[in-house]
Design a protein. Structure first.
Lengths: 913, 113
């Protein structure tokens, strides 16, 4: 319950804060939220330090094995305390940093949302929940960096951060899914215990790759380090909170959290320590040459994150202890340094190191605090940074087994140590001494006391940990390291003095050489003249974005509607390849042609007719009307093929649809003038012909193969039960109106929808008059004679449909054709019977009612009933409720067909509105 | 020439002609191509139902047990039947879209609005 409160409280606060207007109220609420969370964590401290794991769980997506589990052990507790503790200090700081800014409530809302997301990451006891909160931290970070939008730097920095960390989020999701599969559960505790299984899993390399992508992008490891420098466009409290103390530590947290699961392998060692070492050196060197105060701190953060990553890469128990220790130390001194930098920026109006000099005279208090913090960053004895840096040097020296790295590691550590001293020296000397300020926008003075207070608290912590480490930090550090290792704790000593040894010598050497390097570089202010080092990564990132955008434009141009020919070719080719690949690769066995069925009478003639007219229809030289007639001939051949091959229903349907289609296309043609066919070279035509032949041949081959196989059909059941189950002997009709009636309901709905769309498109002037048949004698007379017969035949076809070829579709088509002819003969849409909307409505309504009736009687939707009542005079007649449904089908088909064709006949003429 | 070969080759010819028309890129040819393609696809679906002459799926009214081998498969027929009708509606829709597009192009060219 407490865990849930900790996790949800910041979100509730964020929602409330977004509504607030008053800065004071917002400050009080945000501060109270952070303090309450901190207090709740304090209550748990004893239990957690003793090695207990507290957990609370709510079912979330049980079907997927995902639950909203929250879990706290010493490692999670440590990070949660850092998040809420530094959060509280940052809120106090921001209150004065952004004094008078009306956006303060919104700022605090975002800050609290971030706090909630970050607490979620560290407290999540379920992998999916973890990935979700991870995404939320990226989003919160994006919003906070972009806080000063539309400032260009803010927008670009936010975009870079979101792109990089968003990519990492996707990678984490992939890693989580694979990890959950490999471990057999998404539950964190189960996964943590399944390390051996996961490391032996064949997916391990993929899991590790995705996981490290996520971690490195979040913690600004090489090659993703550039986004952190760009993120400095955020207001300074955000930089202090997110981009030094907490957000960027989320990656570190994950590395530590999953060290027992994924760590300990060679792949882990090489990947993690290489990335860490490169980042450590790159960041350290880049930091020395920055002219922006926050830029210097950003690159030093990159460097320190690299150091922690390198330690985790070392994969020894003592290295993990050192990593956890340095996480705490770095958070305290770096947050205070950022706050100090913010004070300087706030009071001077600029944070350019070339202008901001000699601040000691103006703000001695801030100066002394900043100097202590910078000394901690440099690793000066008696401060916390010294202790963890000693441990780092010790680890680098103790590394064995991996030969080149064992030699390189101490060297790299020493170099990075010297660089750390150099940029710390620059921070202190350049800002507070080094002559007098140059061209400051305003005269600096000490900040309000409450603005310096958070810095003082953090610096005090640096001192206390540095002087008396064991009483202050011993218990939580031991517990957290124990939790991170997932096993026994190694022996280590937090003492200030270990005698004269290797690490101490390295520390001394780093201090001396670091100060020396800085002194040489800064001689006669030479460092101020140096151009900024090329921020490797950001330019490449921008270029990548540009390339993506450009290729998008190219792709759109290629795929646009006016390149239909190409699209069709690509579609056809893709289909051929997709189908051909398995067909060719799947060990095709040649089947001897076997005579399985006799060819019906005249089959060859039908085949020839179909083939010849299909080919003739492709010629572009024919008149459109001729092509339509050819199409009709092909359709008739298909209808005949159906008739010859035991599909009388299909044959009838095809026949009537053919008539309707030709009618529709002829009517449409008079409004759609056909432009001249495009002239194409022979080569192009051959190329397209080759694709067409491949597609057609492949389809035919597929059909051939399928026909030779003759698997058992599911419809054997339907054949056997047509009479007993549905009271009809025409199995096709029974399937349509009964067994698969729900399908049919969907299909007639589609039909109605298509007709209505065409109607809405074309038939705005529904009273229009078609001139062509006016004054004609033949058509009206013929219609008068034919119409009653057509209607009669339609009724007959409908009535017998359940038992013999016929049914609603066929009858509806026939009736519709009659009605269309009548309307054409009358020359008006308003013929007495062609009211397509009414037909549609009545048909759909009837079909639905038939289905609903069975619901009302307590059966599933569309259950049919049938009987054979014996009526006087007529004798026994079959009666099935499905017949009513079929009547609905009939009506819809009539309405849709009439509507479709008449829309083209009487629809609005182009040009008129 | 067996029945299967006839059907398969007819399907092949129809689909090939349809694809060739589609790739000409003229609106009218697209309509012709889609129509031919729907013939081919309908035949293909129909061919999956072990087609044979004189085995129409009309079962005896009061017969008891029956042998499914005496009838062609009715299920593909039912599917194709509705597909034919829907294909007609889709043809209409496509032509209507083509008309609308032409009208829109005309409006743009005339710059009346």
């Amino acid at each position: 319950m407490t865990l849930l409160t900790i996790c949800l409280l910041p979100w509730c606060a964020a929602l409330l804060l977004a509504r607030l207007r008053s800065a004071t109220a917002a400050f009080a609420l945000a501060g109270a939220c952070a303090l309450v969370v901190l207090g709740l964590l304090g209550q748990m401290a004893q239990a957690v330090w003793a090695g207990q794991t507290l957990q609370s769980s709510v079912a979330w997506l049980p079907a997927l094995g995902v639950s909203a589990t929250l879990r706290i052990d010493a490692l999670a507790w440590l990070f949660a305390t850092l998040v809420s503790g530094i959060g509280a200090l940052v809120i106090l700081y921001a209150r004065y940093y952004m004094d008078g800014d009306e956006r303060l409530p919104r700022f605090f809302a975002l800050l609290c949302a971030f706090m909630g997301a970050m607490l979620g990451v560290v407290l999540a006891g379920d992998l999916v929940l973890l990935a979700m909160f991870w995404e939320l931290t990226s989003l919160a970070s994006f919003l906070l960096i972009a806080f000063n939008a539309p400032d260009r730097g803010a927008v670009r920095g936010a975009r870079a951060a979101l792109a990089v960390t968003g990519m990492g989020g996707l990678a984490l999701m992939a890693a989580v899914v694979m990890l959950g599969r490999a471990a057999g559960s998404f539950d964190l505790a189960t996964v943590l215990a399944a390390g051996d299984v996961v490391r032996a899993d064949p997916r391990y390399p993929w899991i590790l790759t995705c996981f490290l992508l996520a971690v490195f992008s979040k913690s600004a490891q090489f090659p993703f380090q550039f986004w952190l420098a760009r993120a400095m466009a955020a207001p300074t409290p955000v930089s202090a909170y997110l981009h030094s103390a907490t957000l960027v530590k989320a990656g570190i947290f994950l590395l530590l959290r999953f060290y027992p699961v994924l760590g300990g392998t060679d792949a882990w060692f090489f990947a993690v320590s290489t990335a860490g070492a490169i980042t450590l050196l790159l960041g350290g060197v880049a930091a020395v040459f920055q002219h922006d105060l926050k830029g210097l701190l950003a690159y030093s953060t990159v460097s320190h994150l690299g150091l922690i990553t390198l330690l985790i890469g070392f994969s020894t128990p003592t290295a993990i202890v050192a990593a956890v220790f340095h996480v705490i130390n770095h958070a305290t001194f770096k947050a205070s340094l950022f706050m100090a930098a913010g004070i300087v920026d706030h009071e001077c109006g600029t944070r350019d190191l070339r202008n901001v000099n000699g601040m000691w005279r103006y703000m001695p208090l801030t100066g002394s605090l900043a100097i202590v913090a910078a000394a901690a960053m440099a690793g000066v004895p008696l401060l916390n940074g010294f202790l963890s840096k000693e441990m780092f040097f010790g680890e680098a020296l103790a590394l064995e087994g991996h030969d080149p790295i064992a030699l390189l590691a101490p060297l790299a550590a020493l170099l990075a140590g010297a660089a750390g001293v150099a940029y710390s020296a620059r921070f202190v000397h350049d800002v507070f001494f080094n002559g007098a300020p140059i061209n400051l926008p305003r005269t600096p003075h000490e900040p309000p006391l409450w603005m310096a207070a958070p810095v003082a608290v953090l610096v005090l912590l640096c001192l206390l940990v540095g002087l008396i480490p064991t009483p202050i930090i011993g218990a939580p550090l031991a517990a957290a390291a124990h939790a991170a290792l997932g096993g026994s704790l190694p022996s280590y000593s937090l003492a200030l003095w270990h005698g004269f040894n290797g690490p101490l010598a390295m520390s001394a050497l780093a201090l001396v050489s670091g100060v020396g390097i800085y002194a040489v570089l800064m001689r006669k202010r030479a460092l101020h003249q140096r151009p900024l080092p090329d921020p490797w990564g950001y330019r490449q990132f921008e270029r990548l974005l540009l390339t993506l955008a450009r290729s998008g434009v190219v792709l759109v141009r290629q795929l646009r509607g006016d390149r239909m020919r190409l699209q069709m070719a690509v579609l056809a080719l893709a289909a051929v390849l997709a189908a051909g690949w398995p067909l060719l690769g799947g060990g095709f066995e040649a089947h001897l042609p076997e005579l399985t069925a006799a060819i019906p009478q005249g089959g060859i003639i039908v085949w020839v007719v179909g083939a010849v007219f299909a080919i003739a229809a492709t010629s572009a030289r024919n008149q459109p009307v001729t092509v339509l007639l050819f199409l009709g001939a092909v359709g008739l051949a298909v209808a005949l093929a159906f008739a010859g091959l035991s599909a009388p229903d299909l044959s009838l349907t095809q026949l009537f649809v053919e008539v309707a289609t030709v009618l529709l296309l002829l009517l449409a043609l008079q409004r759609l003038p056909v432009e001249a066919p495009p002239v194409r070279s022979l080569g192009k035509r051959l190329r397209y012909a080759a694709i067409a032949v491949a597609g057609g041949g492949g389809t035919g081959w597929l059909a051939w193969e399928a026909m030779l196989r003759k698997p058992p059909a599911i419809s054997d059941y339907q054949l056997a039960n047509a009479v007993s189950g549905a009271g009809g002997t025409n199995a096709v009709n029974v399937i349509i109106v009964d067994f698969r009636g729900f399908d049919t309901l969907g299909e007639i709905t589609v039909l109605a929808a298509a007709a209505l769309i065409v109607w809405a498109f074309l038939a705005r002037e529904r009273a229009g008059v078609l001139g062509r048949f006016q004054g004609s004698f033949m058509l009206p007379t013929a219609v008068k004679i034919v119409m009653p017969f057509a209607a009669l035949v339609a009724v007959h076809l409908y009535l017998r449909g359940h038992n013999l070829p016929g049914g609603g579709f066929v009858a509806g088509l026939l009736l519709a054709i009659g009605l269309v002819l009548e309307a054409l003969a009358l020359g008006s849409w308003r013929s007495p019977h062609a009211r397509p909307v009414r037909w549609l409505a009545a048909g759909l309504g009837l079909a639905l009612l038939t289905g609903a009736a069975s619901l009302a009687l307590g059966y599933p939707f569309l259950t049919s009933a049938f009987g054979h009542p014996v009526l006087p005079v007529l004798g026994e007649i079959p009666l099935a409720s499905a017949a009513l449904f079929d009547l609905g089908v009939l009506a819809v088909v009539v309405g849709a067909t009439v509507m479709l064709i008449l829309a083209f006949a009487f629809g609005r003429e182009e040009g008129k509105k | 020439m067996t029945l299967e070969l006839m059907l398969a080759s007819q399907i092949a010819i129809l689909v090939a002609c349809a694809l060739y028309c589609l790739m000409r890129g003229r609106l009218f040819d697209v309509i012709v191509g889609i129509t031919l393609l729907s013939y081919g696809v309908n035949l293909f679906l129909f061919a999956m139902g072990r087609p044979a002459p004189d085995k129409a799926p009309i079962v005896p009214a009061h017969g008891g047990a029956l042998s499914p081998a005496d009838y062609v498969d009715p299920l593909p027929q039912a599917l194709v039947l509705t597909a034919i009708v829907i294909g007609f509606a889709m043809t209409g829709l496509m032509v209507a879209l083509a008309l609308r597009r032409k009208q829109a192009d005309g409006d743009d060219a005339g710059a009346e609005q």
